[in-house]
Design a protein around this ligand. Sequence first.
Ligand SMILES: O=C(O)CCC(=O)C(=O)O
Ligand SMILES: [Fe+2]
Length: 493
Amino acid sequence: DEDLPQTCSWTSIEKDPSLKEMIYDVGDGPKPFQAYVEPPLESFYKGDPPSKTRVVPKFNGLAGKFVNMSNKNLNFYWESAVGGAVHLMRHYKPFSTGGTGTFPGHRFFFSPDNDPDTRVKEFVVGEYPQNYYVYDPYFVEGDPVQTEKNLKANLNKKERKQYDKWRKTLLFNEQYLNFTGRSYLANYLDDGPRKAPSHFMWPADYFGQEHWVVTKETHFDRLPPSDDLDPILITGTKRVLKDGDPRILQEYRVKDEPYMNMTLKVLSVIPRVFEIQNFLSPTEIDHILDLAGGIELHESTTGDVGTDRGSDRTKGLERKTKTRTSKNSWVPREKSPIIDAIYRRAADLTRIDEALLRSRDKDEHPEVPTKRKVCEELQLVHYGPEQEYTAHHDFGHTHIDDNLAGARFATILFYLNEGMEGGHTSFPRYVNGESFHELAVKPEAGKAVLFYSQLPDGNMDDFSQHAAKPIIEGEKWLINLWIWDPVKDTEDE
Ligand SMILES: O=C(O)CCC(=O)C(=O)O
Ligand SMILES: [Fe+2]
């Protein structure tokens, strides 16, 4: 298109400069892997760095990855203190894993799901980067012969395969940790480590760095009549807008502005966090809040706590999660043309084809391994006084047999209001040379925040841990969009 000589400030880099070749061996001979190695702190500052050494953050949380390397069904508990109250966190299938944000000194244990009085393994969480907590009843330290005997006696062929993949994951983790200083929070798959993200990732080289990207999805500045905001019914290729095509409801958008510029400003290098001012227009915000009036908001839950699979005895120990006290609801892209435009703009912002953010026809992106979307529906969230979402990671953990290993890759938060007291989005572990306090992002109406939960090498980013701080006064409205890599784990329709 002639109006758009260049669509973004990014000039092609062959590979992310933070990727370094590491040679590893998990028993099949030496192999190369492009591993993410954190750049030196001095490079995080455009001018003179305030310090050459990292500040140790006040917040000492970390991602705990708990692994069931047995063929037993287990229940996983948190024990609030030695001999204190225990809380059922979740059920673990054979050879499965799960994660939770945790702190040094936290206590967890596994029990067989048919024998809740027995603790087969207890864990006390250590300091970062001690992220792994493994139950392996077959392994005998320093005795490979006995270990092999135990495995032969207890596991069938299929189980042995699953076990061996976990062994490789742990071996890979040791070498990755040694090379990068970080744990490998993904799994080692059938043909090697989890693949590097298939989506584009904006670089974040230093605080205050700016990128820009152009979008034809310009702002709505007048609300179309409600009939024009009916749900979108067309599907697949018919949704594609060619360069010459007008945008949907163009007449209600800012006049004589064929495209608009979005500026991403780097708020944090590790994790990669960007803010984008004026992503949403006041009209768009009105429309979303209007939808919110007609949408029933539900009490939020997280994937971490609560299961209906507990035994009778453990049922009484389940509790509603206290980590997330807000109310939420899902808004599909097809809800209205304005919501659709927000998805298209988000696609331009992340430089992901909009087709990946909806159901696709057969011939759209045949290279993508499944027809699943790469995002969830928008989530509309409301926090009232005292409500919060305590520190957590947005990524999840996949089963060892899931060879695609789809996980949340990027999060975009869109703030719908401002002026509340509290309610910041906090990144308590952002790496810097000045402050041991969190990076606190203030909600401002129309502002978007983009951050990545994964690293350029396909590992999960433990430092992406974040929280919604409690509201002290007022309320907070936001929508968030979760983008997955390479695709979502299940279809959400
Ligand atoms: O409300 C916020 O600021 C953050 C929300 C969040 O982290 C989430 O919904 O996953
Ligand atoms: Fe989150």
